[in-house]
Design a binder for this molecule. Structure first.
Ligand SMILES: Nc1ncnc2c1ncn2[C@@H]1O[C@H](COP(=O)(O)OP(=O)(O)OP(=O)(O)O)[C@@H](O)[C@H]1O
Length: 605
């Protein structure tokens, strides 16, 4: 018979647990202000639910620099003697959580029963004076240093509600500096619907006016925009807001809020997304950037999203299904907002394109609607400067040209000579954006430097065999394939274009490459270059439309030979790039040119 397992109750080291919860739960002890204001808020909400004679809710935060205390006073439900033990002094339990579990919502915020512990992080002692609406003739004084033990003593009954007094430890004295405190409350509690006053109820509430999306007053569009801008400026630390775009419930999501576009230039890969998320009026995260699309590096915002679930520390939200729905909603609102901007506010739209052109190239590739919106408006970098694709198309004779990424090849020089813009493929998103645009228009994109690209740029023409033979006799050179062709401008008789793949093969086969590249990579690369069998190092495209070439073909043998040498030499000089393996050397080109000139000029008398 196997021995019976013993069932043992797990022990809790309360002191250790309290220390971990109090000291390691939050990334900054400043959140204590949020936690205690939230308790005051929930207590007022509870009273509104349970006490038919509840007065208007009031929350007052009083810093006392001389005494080194911070008090949070509410006229909420208060606590009975028994509730102090059951809820306030029991870690992990709270009346608020119970109310929410019983179905009461009404904007209650607390749920975990641990927030009060944050008070011990910043205080040497915490005093709480309370009178419950259930026992208005009783008053209780709870007191604890550190939270592990506490005392409760009767106290003179006062107005129903609670006053929490934090005796701040030396390090946290700045919390009782009124401006510091107001700034903290502004940050954490500015969306809380109940008015919060600092120092005196006579002073204006710190959380007024309400956020623009909760404005009930009808404003002119201009006034509304200026209210939204002012609100955005309070949250955006780094950039001026260029314009604002509202987030409204829809597309399955229930969040409300405001997005804004930064008025500072971005590169394609800059990620300056920032999004503050409020749940039930309390700031939960100042950087929930994942709720914004990845391409929105130039967007900031504030979101009020009660469907999101805060983590226990309330410094972030859970990545759950509601999170995905909210992200989708935000994306839709952003795209709708951008479309509206394009339609209704030309000046701002142009400014947006100017500021974030590169980032928008990437954005357009991520969303079809954005692509449609931006296709003709964004600029791509080309050899003729930054141009929109319709402008590139107009100047390119019905097709688009793109570089290989490394600039300066002879094909590119040819395009420059023709004034044809070549899209710089090496720049962020330029090539995929151009391809997508061309695909939509059913246009080809010729990528210079590839075999297909060059075949289209220099179409091969069939010549009489005799003519072809003549050209060969004049221009043939080892490793250079001759291609009779027809291209513009006619003033250009020939172009020497290296074969990039053959170049790669030569480079990999060079001894120097072996030393730089790892063995495994080299053998993989060799596997590929083995397929580039005995390809010519370069192609010499001969322009049969060029008058020079026609004259050359008709010239007497010896003169034609000299002229051809001269032309080949010049052509080599024009196309020469030092790193190119197998290309005729500059020295031999120069030699050829001088020999040809000598032969062409009449001998001196
Ligand atoms: N100002 C207050 N007035 C009345 N009751 C309070 C007050 N502060 C705290 N309590 C009681 O103490 C309980 C525990 O508070 P605590 O802040 O630890 O957690 P919570 O607010 O319930 O949940 P959470 O940890 O999610 O904030 C509350 O649920 C409430 O019953």
């Amino acid at each position: 018979m196997s021995p019976v397992a013993e069932l043992v109750r797990t022990q809790v080291d309360l002191g250790g647990l309290m220390r971990v919860l109090a000291n390691n739960m939050y990334s900054t002890p400043e959140v204590v202000v949020r936690e205690l204001v939230q308790n005051a808020h929930d207590s007022c909400t509870r009273r509104r639910l349970e006490d038919t004679s509840a007065p208007e809710a009031r929350i007052l935060v009083v810093p006392d620099a001389a005494a080194g205390t911070l008090s949070i006073v509410d006229n909420g439900a208060g606590l009975t003697r028994e509730e102090i033990d059951r809820y306030l002094a029991t870690v992990g339990a709270g009346y608020t959580g119970r109310l929410r579990a019983a179905g009461a919502d009404a904007g209650l915020i607390g749920q975990f029963g641990i927030g009060f512990l944050s008070a011990y992080v910043v205080s040497t002692r915490v005093d709480l004076y309370t009178t419950s609406f259930q026992t208005p003739q009783e008053g209780w004084h709870f007191s604890s240093a550190g939270g592990e033990r506490y005392t409760v003593a009767p106290h003179a009954a006062h107005e129903v509600g609670t006053r929490v007094v934090l005796h701040l430890s030396e390090r946290f004295r700045p919390l009782c500096d009124a401006p510091t405190l107001e700034a903290l409350l502004q940050r954490y509690c500015c969306l809380l619907p109940m008015a919060i006053h600092v120092s005196s109820p006579e002073r204006p509430a710190i959380n007024r006016p309400p956020p623009p999306w909760r404005e009930t007053e009808a404003h002119s569009p201009l006034r509304r925009r200026s209210l939204e801008r002012a609100f955005a400026a309070r949250f955006e630390q780094r950039f001026e807001p260029l314009c604002t775009l509202p987030v409204s419930p829809g597309n399955g999501g229930s969040a409300s809020g405001l997005l804004w576009l930064h008025d500072g230039s971005t590169y394609g890969t800059s990620d300056n997304r920032n999004l503050s998320v409020f749940v039930r009026g309390m700031l939960v995260s100042r950087d929930a950037r994942e709720l914004l699309p990845e391409w929105a590096g130039f967007v900031g915002g504030v979101l009020e999203a009660d469907a999101l679930t805060p983590t226990a520390s309330r410094e972030d939200v859970q990545r759950d299904a509601a999170f995905d729905v909210t992200a989708e909603q935000v994306r839709e609102c952003l795209i709708d907002g951008l479309s509206r901007l394009a339609r209704e506010d030309d000046t701002t739209w142009r400014r947006l394109l100017q500021r974030h052109n590169e980032a928008l190239l990437g954005a357009a590739l991520c969303d079809e609607r954005l692509f449609t919106l931006l296709a003709d408006a964004l600029k791509v970098p080309t050899t003729e400067g930054d141009l929109t694709l319709p402008a590139v198309h107009r100047r390119s004779g019905g097709r688009l040209h793109a570089s290989t990424g490394e600039s300066g090849g002879p094909e590119e020089v040819l395009c420059r000579a023709l004034g044809v813009p070549v899209v710089d493929s090496g720049r962020y998103a330029a090539l995929p954006f151009t391809r997508r645009w061309a695909e939509r228009k059913g246009l080809p994109v010729l990528q210079l430097g590839t075999r297909e690209g060059n075949a289209a740029l220099f179409p091969r023409v069939q010549l009489e065999p005799a003519q072809e033979e003549r050209l060969r006799a004049l221009f043939a050179e080892d490793g250079v394939e001759l291609v009779p062709s027809r291209f513009s401008p006619p003033a250009l008789p020939l172009v020497l274009v290296p074969d990039r793949e053959a170049e790669l093969k030569a480079r990999l086969e060079a001894d120097a490459a072996d030393k730089r590249i790892g063995a495994a990579v080299l053998s993989l690369a060799r596997g590929f270059t083995a397929t580039i069998a005995s390809r010519a190092q370069a192609r010499l495209y001969l322009n049969v439309d060029a008058p020079t070439l026609r004259t050359l073909l008709a010239a007497p043998e010896d003169r034609a030979r000299s002229a051809a040498r001269l032309l080949s030499g010049l052509c080599t000089l024009l196309s020469h790039r030092d790193e190119r393996a197998g290309a005729p050397s500059v020295a031999s080109a120069l030699e050829g040119i001088s020999a040809a000139l000598c032969a062409l000029l009449p001998p001196s008398a």
